[in-house]
Design a protein around this ligand. Structure first.
Ligand code: ADP
Length: 758
């Protein structure tokens, strides 16, 4: 592609231009190309916009437009990038349509990606264009990669070799760089470099800025697996080898070697030429550790994809994935939507993790969509977890998924001893949150030269700030949520909307000075308390506030691994994947926290999180111990945690869900209606309620004010739908949405398979 053509295409990609009244009929070409008049095709184009369906255009048949090609076409007076969704060759009605403006040179979107967009749009009750937007995440990747010119020695000796010329040739032999950089490195003027080019001693090379990724080295082998691991790897590899759609639950306690096993499955999949493997991880912060393990196994860094990767890396990754050249991809949930032409295996690591659920924009559960994507594309899925989600476990027990188990920790490591601390009996001192038993546990670990972790799943200092004089509670503006005090930054923060303000000197209600009192604990307050007990210890907080990015996480994890920290105070961020060999004591400060709120999965999540946190203790030769503080030791979830009896806990939960027809024995969906004032919200919710279709086997509850009834000034009302398993909930929701016409200020959000009930 010439630089002019490239510039033109970039302009069209980047901004919306005004189209000529009737697009030039055969303008779809690079300069100089000429086409003869021939038949016209009708081309349906889907745009990455919230439009209900593709739009039709005409194009000369000689262009050979095929489904999946990326094009630019007019919508009204704008030119917009889209993807060809269908072509009807030689169509008599095509002449009356607007013309496609331009065909972009990028790899066509694979048929499987288009199928997935259509399927996911229907399932999630979203316009397919919204899904396409999630696929088409790097418009620049549709163009050939930009290039730059470097100089390389040709081997020819220049007629005259001065010292300066010799230095240039020496530098040029080390690395191929630009003329200016070469002059800088050799400390010569640009004329010297130019002279060497002119006499043929240096040649210009055009280098791509987005070179292909090196292929995984399949001759390398993994760790020598134990007998149990070998058996597990054998099973998952066989599923991969057999081809076709297959889901396995790789179920093993933390540290049992699940990662080692799925690395073998990845190696097996990659044996097929062109096969692609995707590993989804719940947290960007975890990718680095995973990347190193992949690198050790395959000799190359996998292709990385998540919201924080830089623009250029994104462009390169997208292009190489679409072309099928990127083979091994590690990413966050959004990586599922990339245009893999030949995906053979998807691994969802920590499959139970709630962060696979995207709650904003297009709401989806990446683990469930991964299974759907694999079904469409006939590939294998491995769902790995030490504490699988109840849905996955039920599927494994019913035989729909293969249940591949790794029952024990690798090597000498044993599971920790877990004990409940009844806060009604072993109460902390007044004004404190940690009972003497936990302090003793940490003190003993400290004496042995080992590390401790206090787990408190709340950021900041205190969840509520209250005026002692008038009782005023500091609340987030136009939002139903308290402001959380962050003492280290001196601010009050809304964890829901991100709003923050400096902590005021006086109460905004009664003007009493210094009248605020902090109610309840967050990690900062626990930190303060632990410091008071252990003034000599090296103590750090691990939360998203103290480790806002991957580098900060890496650095903290490294300090912990190298024994530079004695006591870590962490939120749920510590529960995920980290491996601290010298950590032997875990104190869970408030295990009851996650049980509040009456959420369907409250018990399940508490069990998963607390057992993952407890599982941080004693991952190597040293025995670990975990103490769990609770006011409700009799609750089944607490009993199960103490006994480390996952199966009994899940059996009870499963029985309850089955009796109530709750997932996975029934389906749920939520509809949230929000409006800028209460009346509008109530009216809209009422109209919606009246228009709901009546369907056998489907219950509709609501409308009711949402537990968070106002967010950022939007008043929220909720419906909850429960349906028997055979009912097509998506079709019901689509039919319902088509019946109602609401005020333009009203927003309706559909959440299929909801996880949040706020
Ligand atoms: P999981 O994914 O189940 O938490 P990992 O695969 O991360 O477990 O294994 C836990 C630790 O044990 C890692 O440091 C891993 O390298 C090590 N490990 C697991 N299996 C083996 C093995 N067969 N040989 C050597 N080290 C192993």
């Amino acid at each position: 592609m010439t630089s002019t053509a490239r510039r033109r295409a970039m302009e069209a990609l980047k901004r919306q231009r005004t189209a000529p009244s009737l697009g030039p009929l055969f303008a779809v070409a690079e300069e100089g190309a000429a086409y003869e008049l021939d038949t016209l095709d009708k081309v349906a184009v889907l745009f990455p916009l919230p439009l209900p369906e593709p739009f039709d255009y005409r194009a000369s048949s000689s262009l050979g437009i095929e489904p999946g090609m990326h094009v630019i076409a007019p919508i009204g007076s704008r030119l917009v990038r889209g993807v060809v969704w269908g072509v009807e060759k030689n169509h008599p009605g095509a002449a009356n349509l607007k013309a496609i403006e331009e065909v972009l040179p990028g790899s066509p979107l694979p048929a499987i990606s288009r199928e997935f967009v259509d399927w996911a749009g229907k399932y999630l009750v979203r316009p397919p264009g919204d899904l396409l937007r999630m696929v088409a995440r790097s418009p620049e990747a549709l163009l050939p990669p930009p290039t730059h010119i470097v100089l390389a020695p040709t081997g020819e000796t220049p007629p005259k070799v001065t010292d300066a010329r010799a230095r240039v040739l020496e530098e040029a032999a080390k690395e191929h760089v630009s003329a200016a950089e070469l002059a800088r490195r050799a400390d010569v003027s640009s004329a010297v470099v130019k002279g060497l080019v002119d006499c043929g001693a240096l040649a210009k090379l055009e280098i791509s800025e987005d070179p292909p990724f090196p292929a995984p080295d399949l001759s390398m082998s993994g760790k020598a697996l134990s007998e149990i691991q070998t058996a597990a790897a054998g099973r998952v590899c066989a599923f991969v080898r057999d081809g076709g759609f297959h889901v396995s639950l790789l179920d093993g306690v933390t540290g049992s070697g699940k990662t080692e096993v799925y690395l073998e499955a990845a190696a097996e999949a990659l044996k097929a030429p062109d096969a692609q493997v995707l590993v989804l991880l719940p947290e960007i912060a975890l990718t680095q550790a995973a990347m190193s393990r992949f690198e050790a196994r395959f000799g190359v860094t996998p292709v990385e994809w998540h919201s924080a990767i830089p623009h250029k890396a994104r462009r390169r990754a997208w292009r190489e994935i679409a072309a099928g050249r990127a083979r091994l991809i590690v990413g966050a949930r959004s990586a599922l939507f990339l245009p893999y032409p030949n995906l053979r295996l998807i691994v969802v690591d920590e499959e139970h993790d709630p962060s696979f659920k995207q709650e904003e924009g297009v709401i989806y559960q990446a683990r469930d969509l991964a299974v759907a994507r694999a079904k469409l594309g006939s590939c294998a899925v491995i769902l790995a977890s030490a504490t699988p989600s109840l849905e996955t476990l039920v599927n494994a027990q019913s035989g729909r998924y293969a249940h591949v188990e790794l029952p024990s920790r690798h090597g000498a490591a044993e599971l920790p001893d877990v004990e409940l601390v009844d806060l009604k009996i072993d109460a902390p001192e007044k004004g404190r949150w940690i009972s003497p038993k936990l302090i003793k546990g940490a003190a003993e670990a400290l004496l042995r030269g080992e590390q401790s972790l206090f787990y408190m799943n709340r950021r900041g200092y205190a969840p509520l700030t209250l005026c002692r004089a008038c009782g005023h509670r500091m609340q987030s503006p136009e939002t139903d949520s308290w402001l959380v005090e962050h003492r280290y930054s001196g601010r009050l923060v809304c964890h829901l909307t991100g709003f923050s303000m400096p902590k005021p000197k006086a109460c905004p209600e009664c003007q009493a000075p210094d009248s605020f009192t902090s109610i309840g604990p967050g990690v900062e307050r626990i930190d303060e308390e632990v410091r008071a007990f252990f003034p000599q210890a090296r103590i750090e907080i691990f939360s998203s506030d103290t480790t806002p990015n991957g580098d900060a996480v890496r650095s903290l994890v490294q300090r912990m691994e190298q024994g530079e920290i004695d006591i870590l105070i962490g939120t749920q961020i510590v529960a995920k994947g980290h491996n601290f060999p010298n950590l032997t004591f875990v104190g869970v400060v408030d295990a009851d926290l996650g049980l509040k709120g009456g959420d369907l999965r409250a018990g399940e999540r508490t069990f998963q999180l607390v057992s993952q946190v407890a599982g941080r203790a004693g991952r190597h030769e040293k025995k670990g111990r975990a103490l769990i503080q609770t006011y409700a030791p009799q609750e089944p979830v607490m009993q199960a945690l103490a006994a480390q009896d996952r199966d009994a806990f899940f059996a009870a939960e499963i029985a309850e869900r089955e009796a109530a027809g709750m997932p996975p024995y029934g389906r749920l969906a939520a509809v949230i209606v929000s409006a800028p004032n209460e009346k509008l919200a109530n009216d809209a919710a009422k109209v919606m309620g009246e228009k709901a279709p009546v369907v056998d086997g489907l219950d509709l509850w609501g409308p009711a004010p949402a537990p968070l009834s106002v967010i950022r000034g939007m008043h929220r009302r909720r419906f909850l739908i429960r349906a028997n398993r055979g009912v097509d909930v998506s079709a019901f929701l689509a039919a319902w949405a088509s019946r109602v016409k609401l005020h333009s200020a009203v927003r309706v959000q559909i959440d299929v398979d909801p996880y949040s009930f706020l």
